[in-house]
Design a protein around this ligand. Structure first.
Ligand code: FE2
Length: 302
């Protein structure tokens, strides 16, 4: 098995390294699914922004995304990873796979490592799918044929106390109900306004399995995170996911995928100054709970 993440030890300027070695970096990323640049000189978010810029691929902006997480921009290409409380675990997911638009890669930068906990769990999604296909072939065949739908209740204004707290105004980049409905219609979502001005939205059937350019297939979806983690004052994880045809995906359906993914997960224990690059189509990520101050920033590649 390839190491996850593959460690690229170095020194000096990461921006210079990335612009000089992009083909080799991309080959290593395709092989391992995630790379950890350790020992380079990345003192602050501006140096991180410069490294991402030097890598030379277009950015995927938070404003344009339909992400559910509350985030804040730190530099033009860099934002806070997720402002959910430190005690909240963010379960394994492919970034924004619960929406029709998602980034291809993610950069993370550890500015301040937590005193305790706060690792980023990583999990190879092609390996998960391989094992799941032998343990639960009917489930795999069904999600492959039908796709999956996600339901999320978005508040009227940002709720930083929840991992799912981004308001519908911000998520949809709109300022009122009429514009929200227009955007949802364009996206193929169905919706229902709630008494407290929150918005329950359900996606069209989205693919749950993705075939990569080289033929590998991955469990590219947000099922584990939605099922285990979409719980707050508005959201009930038992109503968060269904098969594409509308039938609920049950805890019995999810148990094998969760067990396999847990077994294959490796924790990236951060050191301050680390930069990681994750292939969003091949590797799932999450966030362990932590104590003390932790600052891990993110930058997405379109
Ligand atoms: Fe994420």
């Amino acid at each position: 098995m390839t190491d996850l993440p593959a460690i690229i030890p170095g020194g000096g300027d990461l921006a210079a390294f990335l612009s000089a070695n992009k083909p080799a970096v991309d080959a290593a990323l395709g092989d391992a699914g995630a790379l950890l640049f350790r020992g380079f000189d990345v003192p602050d978010p501006f140096a991180f922004d410069a490294a991402v810029e030097a890598y030379g691929e277009p950015g995927f902006t938070y404003e344009d995304s339909l992400s559910n997480a509350v985030r804040t921009n730190v530099t033009p290409r860099v934002f806070t990873a997720n402002e959910a409380p430190s005690t909240t675990e963010i379960f394994l997911h492919h970034e924004m796979a619960q929406t029709p638009i998602y980034p291809s890669k993610l950069f993370f930068y550890c500015e301040i490592a937590a005193e305790k906990g706060g690792a980023t769990p990583l999990c190879r999604s092609d390996w998960v799918l391989d094992r799941l296909d032998s343990e639960a072939p009917d489930f795999v065949a069904r999600v492959e044929a039908e796709g999956v739908r996600y339901t999320n209740v978005m508040p009227d204004s940002d709720d930083a106390g929840s991992g799912q707290g981004r308001s519908w105004r911000s998520t949809l980049s709109v300022d009122g109900r009429a514009a929200a409905e227009e955007r949802l219609k364009d996206l193929g979502y169905s919706w229902e306004w709630q008494d407290d001005e929150s918005l329950r939205a359900t996606t069209p059937a989205l693919p749950a399995i993705r075939e990569l350019e080289d033929g590998r297939k991955t469990f590219f979806n947000q099922l584990i995170a939605a099922f285990r983690g979409w719980a707050d004052s508005r959201n009930d994880p038992n109503r968060a996911i269904t098969f594409g045809g509308g039938e609920p995906i049950t805890s019995e359906d999810m148990a094998p995928a969760i067990a396999i993914a847990d077994k294959l997960t490796v924790d990236l224990a951060w050191q301050s100054g680390d930069v990681a690059l994750v292939d969003n189509f091949l590797v799932m990520h999450g966030r362990r709970p932590f104590e003390g101050k932790r600052r891990v920033l993110a930058s997405l590649v379109a």
